[in-house]
Design a protein around this ligand. Structure first.
Ligand code: SAM
Length: 281
């Protein structure tokens, strides 16, 4: 089989992977969804032609979106994920015994359905059976407008700022998230690549700082995302990701994490100079 899938990261650079078969290809009212089998990264989900998750490297993204916030907040009982229809973030959240309810608000039901059917290693906790998981198929913007002062942690696991996700990178959205969080809440959002998306990051972190008292970027290595250098925005109403990090609780956790650990938690917030300078106030 000599079929290759290429995602362009700029006009002249991209990633290309050999594909053995297409498992699903279809269009929802929001986007084109493809799930293919690759020879080296396992099954891969694409939305509008962009890599969302692969079986081989999704552990990096889902570990790092979820665990820094849940090991910084002293009692993360109510956790909301906006987007995240592949289920990987919810899978990591419900591993924390402190979590009472993990709510998923995903705008596209087709993503959830096909993830449950074809990506069970990620979607195991969103198949409708997990007692601690509540699933809403809705626009995250509308959902948090109706759920103010409700969550300890909100994780924005969205697509890039295009299509239905464009509003999830703007100041009004961050104000709504701030209101949906309790007085000591924490928000984390995937914040693109310092290498390819400097302008998006500059605006995103300026918007976050206009709303949250405490904002920090942290990094992770995700080979199938543009340049591999990826980032997350930690925005907090009270707790600092390093000073208030619950290191002992993280070190004593009763579950294995393939990427995250209590040393990496702190190390991830140390940034390359160019990335730090780009978002400096
Ligand atoms: N890890 C991936 C990344 O970093 O690009 C994200 C994966 S997850 C599949 C992204 C999800 O965000 C998609 O399923 C998409 O439908 C969802 N999404 C986009 N805009 C949304 C919105 N306004 N409300 C809720 N979900 C949204």
């Amino acid at each position: 089989m000599n079929m290759w899938y290429t995602e362009k990261h700029s006009e002249n650079v991209g990633i290309t992977m050999r594909v053995s078969e297409t498992l699903f290809s279809g269009k929802s009212e929001f986007q084109q969804l493809d799930i293919v089998n690759t020879l080296e990264y396992g099954k891969m989900m694409l939305l509008d032609g962009l890599v969302m998750v692969t079986e081989r490297d999704e552990f990096v993204y889902h570990d790092m979106l979820v665990h820094p916030a849940l090991f910084t907040h002293p009692s993360p009982r109510q956790v909301l994920v906006i987007g995240g229809g592949d289920g990987g973030s919810i899978r990591e959240i419900v591993r924390h015994p402190e979590v009472e309810l993990a709510t998923l608000c995903e705008i596209d039901g087709l993503v959830v359905d096909k993830s449950v059917e074809l990506l069970p290693s990620m979607a195991s906790a969103i198949d409708g059976q997990h007692p601690k998981v509540k699933l809403h198929i809705a626009d995250g913007l509308a959902y948090i407008r109706e759920h103010q002062n409700a969550f300890d942690v909100i994780l924005v696991d969205s697509t890039d700022p295009i299509g239905p996700a464009v509003g999830l990178f703007e100041k009004d959205f961050y104000r709504l998230v701030h209101g949906a969080l309790k007085a000591d809440g924490i928000m984390v959002a995937q914040s693109e690549s310092p290498f390819y998306h400097a302008e998006i990051q500059k605006n995103m972190y300026r918007n976050l700082r206009a709303v949250f008292p405490l904002v920090a970027m942290y990094q992770a290595f995700i080979p199938t995302y543009p340049s591999g250098l990826w980032s997350f925005a930690f925005a907090s109403k009270r707790y600092h990701p390093l000073r208030d990090f619950q290191r002992d609780r993280a070190a004593r956790r009763n579950f294995h994490t393939k990427y995250y650990n209590e040393d990496l938690h702190s190390g991830a917030f140390m940034l390359p100079t160019f990335a730090k300078e780009n978002i400096a106030e």
